[in-house]
Design a binder for this molecule. Structure first.
Ligand SMILES: [Zn+2]
Length: 91
């Protein structure tokens, strides 16, 4: 069985990658901006410091989601980034 990857575009560098390599931010219609889960408009960003920084500085997520994204969301993304790097080197 072949499973074709779900491709999404990073809001910062515009690279198209398999969704599993990206961090997802969703503007949930009830809960506002959430990471993972949620229903509504989504934006994706690479699991890299540079893309996160770019997304934050240039308000790429805000533009993609068409709403305000507070810094706590970016803090959470940054934490995700760190945990992902840890789990990758674990093997
Ligand atoms: Zn990127």
């Amino acid at each position: 069985m072949s499973q074709s990857p779900i491709l999404r575009r990073c809001v910062a560098c515009k690279k198209v990658l398999d969704r599993k390599y990206l961090l997802r931010v969703t503007r949930d219609f009830q809960n506002g901006v959430v990471l993972y889960g949620g229903m509504g408009r989504s934006a994706y960003v690479c699991r890299t410091e540079s893309c996160l920084e770019e997304a934050w500085k240039r308000k790429r997520l805000q533009k993609a989601l068409r709403c305000n994204v507070c810094s706590s969301v970016f803090n959470m993304l940054q934490k995700q980034l760190n945990t992902c790097i840890d789990s990758d080197t674990e093997a």
